[in-house]
Design a binder for this molecule. Structure first.
Ligand code: ZN
Ligand code: FE
Ligand code: FE
Ligand code: ZN
Length: 271
């Protein structure tokens, strides 16, 4: 199985499990590597209630150290942050990048201005929203995040579909400019299986987005976005099969923000 780099810790207040339990789950799933990427702090604080505070960073580094000592030669442990792409966040992301010797930084769009559109708490906003306009703004922000060059990996590309608000017609008009930006910036993207367990009931991104990404030579990883040890590597066989069908033949590995690749093998049936 490929690496699983997008996973969380209890420091974000909506995940559970010990470093030992996450590592055991990664080993049981036969992952090549396990990566920890909890929701990074945002400055100024308080910002929202679903991330670690700046004061929690030493505890986060300790959590990673415990995972490493428990794994001890059995599986490589990588680490980074899942960072929020927000207006004028660039100097802050540079500060986050200097907190430790990270293996990768994930960039994610969870906000359009002050709207945390993927949080069920803010679902009401969709009622007044012009879906076409929301999608335009989302993908514009996503492309800017790619072009910033601050991130190794871009998270859940079409998260904006989470609650099934999709504009009518062919979605390539949104995908194509984002694909161009991601390819030009040289970022990797993830196939995030958590979407299967959300109202959209589909991985992020949609298969069509992956086809365009494959044609553009954009590298991929497969991620669970685990918030519990039982989520680690969830649906990876299905994601790997989809990726192979689309034409991908390898996934990316990150170590100290350097990339290498491993072959994307056909996965044995899970039944
Ligand atoms: Zn989360
Ligand atoms: Fe996220
Ligand atoms: Fe996440
Ligand atoms: Zn995420």
């Amino acid at each position: 199985m490929p690496a699983d780099y997008h996973t969380h810790t209890p420091l974000c207040h909506h995940a559970q499990g010990t470093p030992q339990a996450f590592v055991d789950a990664a080993i049981a799933a036969n992952l090549s590597e396990y990566g920890i990427s909890d929701h990074a702090p945002v400055c100024p604080e308080p910002f929202d209630d679903w991330r670690m505070k700046l004061a929690d960073v030493p505890t986060y580094l300790e959590w990673i150290a415990q995972a490493r000592s428990h794994a001890a030669g059995r599986i490589p442990i990588r680490a980074g942050y899942e960072c929020d792409w927000l207006p004028h966040c660039e100097p802050w992301i540079e500060k986050l990048a200097a907190h430790a010797e990270w293996d990768y930084l994930i960039g994610s769009v969870h906000y359009l201005e002050d709207w945390n559109f993927d949080d069920p708490k803010w679902l009401g906003r969709w009622a007044q929203a012009d879906v076409e306009d929301v999608w335009k703004r989302y993908w514009h922000s996503y492309a800017e995040m790619a072009m910033s060059g601050l991130f190794d990996l871009l998270g859940h590309p079409d998260l904006i579909k989470k609650f099934t608000h999709l504009p009518p017609g062919d979605l390539d008009r949104f995908y194509e400019p984002a694909i161009d930006a991601i390819a030009a910036a040289g970022c990797a993207i993830e196939i995030n299986t958590a979407g299967l367990h959300k109202p959209c009931a589909e991985m992020y991104p949609a298969p069509r987005f992956l086809e365009l990404a494959c044609s553009a030579g954009i590298p991929i990883v497969i991620s669970s976005d685990a918030h519990d040890p039982s989520h680690v590597a969830r649906d990876f066989a299905q994601a790997a099969d989809l990726a192979r069908q689309i034409g991908f033949r390898e996934t990316v590995l990150f170590h100290q923000r350097q990339r290498s690749y491993e072959p994307l093998l056909t996965t044995p049936c899970e039944c």
